[in-house]
Design a protein around this ligand. Structure first.
Ligand SMILES: Cc1cc2nc3c(=O)[nH]c(=O)nc-3n(C[C@H](O)[C@H](O)[C@H](O)COP(=O)(O)OP(=O)(O)OC[C@H]3O[C@@H](n4cnc5c(N)ncnc54)[C@H](O)[C@@H]3O)c2cc1C
Length: 403
């Protein structure tokens, strides 16, 4: 029923830090619930936490186990800046919806930061600035326009000239946008923390369980699983990441390959304020620091999904990423202590697809694609829980399948 991908290979940096264990059970008999969530990555975890907080009975299943998919491979720059700059997105979908999408993304990151603090989840979060460097996609004058566009939409942004950039960050580029309010965190600790909150509220977790067939009627959804038992739910949320279930429309997205490295811990002052850094370039590079001073750097994306080819390139892609990182920051020890690769989903607009599947009002899909996957998982948890609670979210249409 769902596409199967080898989602990641290599050793992601998060294996250096222990995440709390999440206990799951075997599914041995038919069960019933209010909401079934398929997928126990960051998207499924956010959904489970939100829906149990609203008082719904929730079951989560995963054909691998909690945090075994893309969530363990993410570099976890939790950013409000959508892959498509606001000025570009405005040309693609119109100024009003583009501003609305950017504002919602900003709001989602703030909501997530507040919620992590409220729940007391120890995922080492820190509010982080981000620096968007001029490159071959947006040069200095386009970046100035982009900063103006963001300010017009009520999103704070400052343009740094090349002199300011060199003075503050020691980076030799033609200009950059500096903004604040993003979050650096450990994605496995966050996912485990959210799942454990849902468990405290009596959610039931079953793994390894694969959803193999989904049949919906006016009153319920019946999900068949690989080992035989069926799960009956009022609503089903498909949080299956890049392994798309065949009933989810997939016209506007594609899967590509991406690579990342992490260095050994070094000086906590890796660069000014340890801001997220990413480039307005193609191919692009992005980087962040961990709480103990490792530098994570990724990019070098390639437009193919062949996993053997992808895995075979870990060595040369890591060397290339380390070399580029060293050129930007000669004072760093850029030798990779961790190197990994993963599949990565993108859409043309950079916006995710979230909401009910056309003509199937009890089946909700969360396709949080793009460099902002985690931010989109948060938006999805807000939109889908509102929909299941019978509320209208004013931004739902922006992300809907039939937008
Ligand atoms: C190298 C890399 C870097 C990234 N960097 C960033 C970043 O800096 N910032 C950011 O926001 N995002 C980033 N992303 C994207 C982010 O990691 C993803 O958006 C996010 O992890 C997706 O989470 P998910 O829960 O939707 O999917 P997953 O974590 O893949 O979870 C989906 C789960 O569904 C299960 N499943 C699938 N089909 C079935 C089925 N039929 N039955 C049962 N279970 C099923 C799978 O086993 C899997 O465990 C990056 C991704 C990669 C690979």
């Amino acid at each position: 029923m769902s596409r199967k991908l080898d989602l990641r290979t290599g050793r992601p940096v998060w294996s250096a830090y222990r995440a709390p264990a999440v206990r799951t059970d075997r599914l041995t008999r038919d069960v019933k619930t209010d909401v079934l969530i398929v997928g126990m990555g960051i998207s499924g975890a956010m959904m489970a936490e939100a829906l149990t907080a609203d008082g719904h009975a929730v079951i989560c299943i995963d054909r691998r186990g909690p945090m075994q998919g893309s969530t363990s491979a993410t570099t976890a720059l939790v950013q409000f800046e959508i892959d498509q700059p606001l000025s570009t997105l405005s040309r693609m979908i119109g100024k009003v919806p583009a501003e609305q999408a950017w504002r919602r993304s900003r709001l989602a990151v703030s909501n997530l930061a507040a919620h992590i603090a409220e729940l007391g989840i120890n995922c080492r979060p820190s509010r982080t600035q981000s620096l968007y460097l001029a490159g071959n996609v947006l040069g200095p004058s386009e970046l100035r326009d982009e900063a103006d566009a963001r300010r017009e939409a009520g999103i704070a942004a400052s343009y740094l000239t090349s002199a300011r950039l060199a003075e503050k960050f020691g980076i030799d580029r033609d200009g950059a946008i500096l903004s604040s309010g993003n979050i650096a965190l450990d994605p496995r600790k966050l996912t485990a923390g959210l799942l454990l909150k849902a468990l405290e509220r009596k959610a039931r977790f079953y793994t390894p369980v694969e959803a193999t067939k989904i049949e919906d009627s006016a009153n319920e959804v019946v999900v068949a699983t690989g080992d035989g038992p069926t799960i009956i739910a009022q609503h089903v949320v498909l949080a299956t990441g890049y392994e798309l279930v065949d009933i989810v429309p997939a016209a506007a997205h594609r899967i590509i390959s991406t690579w990342a490295i992490a260095t050994r811990p070094q000086s906590p002052r890796v660069w000014w304020n340890a801001a997220f850094i990413w480039e307005a370039s193609d191919p692009y590079l992005y980087m962040r620091a961990t709480a103990d001073g490792r530098v994570i750097c990724g990019g070098e994306d390639e437009d193919f999904v062949d996993e053997t080819r992808r895995d075979g390139r870990i060595a040369d892609k890591s060397a290339r990423i380390a070399e580029k990182l060293g050129l930007m920051f000669p004072h760093l020890d850029v030798r990779p202590e961790f190197a990994w690769t993963g599949s990565f989903g993108t859409t043309t607009t950079g916006l995710p697809y979230i909401g009910t599947i056309p003509r199937r009002p009890r089946i909700h899909a969360v396709m949080g694609y793009g460099g902002n996957g985690i931010t989109f998982s948060r938006i999805a948890s807000e939109l889908v829980s509102a929909s299941i609670n019978g509320l209208d979210d004013t931004d739902a249409k922006l992300f809907a399948f039939n937008r």
